[in-house]
Design a protein around this ligand. Structure first.
Ligand SMILES: NC(=O)c1ccc[n+]([C@@H]2O[C@H](COP(=O)([O-])OP(=O)(O)OC[C@H]3O[C@@H](n4cnc5c(N)ncnc54)[C@H](O)[C@@H]3O)[C@@H](O)[C@H]2O)c1
Ligand SMILES: O=C(O)CC[C@@H](O)C(=O)O
Length: 528
């Protein structure tokens, strides 16, 4: 069946065509995002949801989205998506981190200039026929200090443009390296310095628990009198009441806001103030940026739904379109090895070590580890996939370690997964043969070679004569057809393992009879 995507916000037509061209059924309902109830009623039909900022993806919506695999944000900020809830349900959340960065930086610079020269007010006055030449006395940008809070993609572009205007640019960003600061020509400083030294302050951080209210009453009190503030990032970074007081007192000479605590902001205490320039979240609104982000998100979502390639996901490692087909059989073997170990483990798992050797050691092992974890956890928890598994493992206090080595042993590739519980450690290893099929090659250090079948019987026994015949007879008498039969042992007369692929699940009574065979230590049904 074709994947179905809902586009619930206004997106460029080009993106709709991309979905169609890639063989995806797409419903373009640009106003549905604003109608919570209608969206909630419709969401269960879709594999993908493409949005901008109007659609709020709440835990309630995610709970109703039973088929949903991917949420694509045509833009940067994903604060309208509950990422933990999506991750918990195994839904990938992706955005387009660069598509609107230049446009948004240009908007911030436009707002700074509009503030410096009071262009909106002067425009309104001139249109009103007032010719108030003496009323509008501006300030120059030349030689002024611009303080950038958050110097990532957009902050760095703003800095670059401001340097072109011959401003001095200082930046506060805990994640900005000194080398990067030198590269982009800014002085890396502390927040206090930005507050104390800047003539203009521009915000370019995401809205997080750390950045919410970063410009509050106390921060404003530390600023130069007559500072001008530009917020083209997110409402909530600036405490609006504190700003209002400071604009009235003259501590802040002017502020330009593209974003507001509550949007749409149709009524606001700051509206109507002379020293406020306001735009309705237009940062990303150019034809170029909207085309970019819409095309990018449609490509990324289509890639994921059709090929499994993952790019720009916020809750899953990337898998490029080139590596997706190469990775697929290894994802399958990692998941199956995990599932094998998970099905055999009844106690709480404390740790998992995944070892990659040979060719696979050079691959995207984060994706493989996520697949292995999903395999381990699924038998116990059911609804876990590559997206949610790392988070679920962490929540359960399972320590996950990856070991990579590129040298080869007997096999071109080798993946070994060891599970630790309070009482024991169990390991299983596998590989992918040239036919692309995953194989088990080792269990508990015992060599044997088997495919993963839909129905299997796993038996550990003592290596004594008569066992194979007795097991074969038991299964045969019960009408259970054996497809493949694989054996391995530690050494003659010691612990042995038998892996039998059968055409249907072993009935309970037959399993009980297998356990009673004198040589048998343990017998379990497995399914892949
Ligand atoms: N107005 C609009 O239409 C519009 C358009 C695009 C993006 N945005 C907003 O702009 C924000 C920035 O976008 P970007 O592409 O530059 O993101 P980015 O991730 O490239 O950069 C954000 C920077 O903020 C820094 N940061 C994080 N926490 C910080 C803190 N406590 N103090 C200082 N810096 C901190 C990060 O280290 C990072 O360098 C987005 O999160 C989005 O909310 C708004
Ligand atoms: O979609 C928009 O118009 C705004 C997007 C912007 O806020 C973003 O974070 O990318």
């Amino acid at each position: 069946m074709k994947p179905r995507v809902l586009v619930s916000d206004k997106l460029s037509e080009a993106s709709i065509q991309i979905f169609r061209d890639r063989g995806i059924d797409v419903d373009y309902q640009p106003d549905l995002g604003k109608d919570k109830d209608a969206l909630l009623a419709a969401i269960s039909q879709y594999d993908g949801l493409a949005i901008r900022s109007a659609t709020k993806v709440s835990p309630k919506l995610i709970a109703a989205a039973t088929k949903l695999k991917v949420i694509g944000r045509a833009g940067i900020g994903v604060d309208n998506v509950d990422i933990p809830a999506a991750t918990g349900r195994g839904i990938i959340v992706m955005n387009t981190p660069f598509g609107n960065a230049i446009t948004t930086a240009e908007h911030a610079i436009s707002l700074m200039m509009a503030l410096a020269r009071q262009i909106p007010e002067a425009n309104a006055s001139t249109h009103a026929g007032k010719w108030e030449k003496n009323r509008f006395m501006g300030v120059e940008l030349f030689n002024k200090t611009l303080g950038v809070i958050g110097c990532g993609n957009i902050g760095a572009i703003v800095a670059d443009r401001a340097l072109g205007l011959k401003m001095k640019v200082i930046a506060f960003d805990p994640f900005l390296s000194p080398e990067r600061a030198i590269e982009i020509g800014v002085e890396k400083v502390e927040l206090e310095d930005v507050l104390r030294r800047s003539d203009f302050i521009t915000l370019h951080t995401p809205l997080t628990d750390k950045t919410r209210g970063i410009i509050d009453r106390a921060a404003i009190a530390k600023m130069k009198k007559g500072v001008r503030i530009i917020n083209c990032a997110r409402g909530g970074l600036v405490v609006e009441e504190a700003l209002q007081e400071a604009l009235k007192s003259g501590q802040v000479a002017g502020a330009a806001l593209d974003v507001f605590e509550t949007e749409p902001a149709t009524q606001h205490p700051l509206f109507g103030l002379e020293n406020i320039v306001a735009t309705p979240h237009l940062g990303a609104s150019t034809a170029e940026a909207q085309e970019n982000v819409a095309i990018q998100i449609a490509e990324q979502m289509a890639d994921y739904l059709i090929t499994g390639a993952v790019s720009n996901a916020l809750n899953m490692p990337s898998i490029s379109a080139d590596e997706a087909p190469r990775l697929r059989p290894f994802i399958a073997v990692a998941e199956k090895l995990g599932s094998f170990a998970g099905q055999l483990t009844d106690e709480p798992i404390t740790g998992i070590v995944i070892e990659y050797a040979g060719e696979v050691g050079d691959m995207n092992t984060r994706a493989l580890t996520s697949a292995a974890l999903a395999g381990v956890l699924k038998p116990m928890l059911g609804d876990v996939n590559m997206v949610s598994a790392p988070v679920v493992a962490k929540e359960r206090g399972i320590k996950v370690d990856e070991v990579r080595q590129t040298q080869r042993g007997a096999y071109e590739t080798y993946i070994r997964l060891a599970i630790k519980t309070e009482k024991m450690e169990r390991s299983v290893a596998g590989t992918v043969f040239s036919d692309g099929k995953p194989r088990i090659i080792q269990i508990k250090g015992i060599e044997l070679e088997s495919e993963f079948g839909p129905h299997m019987l796993y038996v550990t026994n003592m290596d004594k004569p008569g066992f194979i015949g007795a097991l074969g007879m038991l299964l045969g008498n019960a009408g259970v057809n054996i497809a493949t039969f694989h054996l391995g042992r530690q050494a003659q007369g010691q612990e042995a393992i038998c892996l039998v692929q059968i055409d249907e699940p072993v009935p309970e009574a037959v399993l009980a009879a297998v356990v009673k065979l004198p040589q048998v230590k343990q017998a379990k049904r497995l399914a892949f």
